[in-house]
Design a binder for this molecule. Structure first.
Ligand code: SAM
Length: 244
């Protein structure tokens, strides 16, 4: 069944398709009367049918279907350059990250500020929507604005004091590094997790110091140095496998 994202809030009845959904409908060559599933990213989905002109849908029945991860994970990443960040966002959504924070760190190749940063974030939101349409998630992960690591740490809401925090650290870089499975042992369902992973050149000593002082625990994903886009995904997949 094809899935379409429409901007919230949705209610039973006939709803006009916005330009992205219309493009999607045309690309899929859907026709009037075809059944589709529609969701607005806030949870649950609608069984729906394309209207006569193919430019609207009729929402028929709401279904409280959820496909979220066992833990509420915010993934903060030193942004890798080029299309690697698109790839990271797509896969992180598939693997259940609930929030993604793109960070500018001292050694990051990609530098984004102002309007350019906003345009990239809007683009990544589109990537996240397409990933939700494809993988069946009905809750659209939040994309935080591009910011420095320091600012991200300072801006974490008080509710996140209860979060368990981990810093992906190549084992040779830190003396006290826990394997992921040991770090995650006994985490209760629904636990808020803040996961931080560095850019191509890694985090510098000052940034690692900041994270450690903020309570982040260095965690290893194995003996090999993973690329900046591979490490966060290995982390999410590793956590998902522990709850499977
Ligand atoms: N030379 C850099 C360093 O030592 O940090 C390599 C950076 S690596 C390409 C990018 C990021 O992925 C690292 O900053 C770290 O957060 C994460 N990472 C890579 N391999 C890892 C591993 N085996 N375990 C945990 N984290 C890893």
């Amino acid at each position: 069944m094809h899935r379409l994202y429409l901007e919230p809030p949705l209610q039973a009845g006939v709803v006009a398709l916005g330009p992205p959904a219309l493009r999607h409908v045309r690309a899929l060559r859907l026709r009037a009367g075809d059944p589709v599933v529609v969701f607005d990213g806030g949870g649950g989905q609608w069984r729906a049918r394309l209207g006569d002109a193919g430019d609207r849908v009729e929402l028929l029945a709401f279904e409280g279907v959820e496909r979220e991860a066992a833990w509420e994970i915010e993934l903060a990443v030193g942004m890798p350059a080029n299309e690697r960040m698109d790839w990271l966002v797509e896969k992180a959504v598939e693997l259940g990250a609930q929030r993604i924070a793109p960070l500018m760190t001292s050694r990051a190749v990609l530098r984004l500020e102002g309007e350019r940063a906003e345009r990239r974030c809007a683009h990544w939101r589109g990537v996240a929507i397409a990933a939700c349409e494809q993988c069946g998630r009905n809750r659209l992960p939040q994309l935080r604005p591009v910011q420095t690591l320091e600012r991200w740490l300072r801006g974490l809401p008080a509710a996140d004091e209860a979060a368990r925090c981990l810093l992906a650290a190549p084992s040779q870089a830190q003396a006290q590094v826990l394997p992921l499975a040991r770090w995650a042992a006994g985490l209760p369902a629904g636990q808020a997790v803040l996961a931080l992973s560095g850019p191509e050149g890694g985090l510098d000593d000052a940034e690692i110091g900041l994270a450690l002082r903020a309570g982040f625990v260095p965690v290893s994903l194995g003996p090999r140095t993973l690329r900046a886009e591979t490490a966060p995904l290995a982390l999410l997949a590793g956590l998902a496998a522990l709850r499977a």
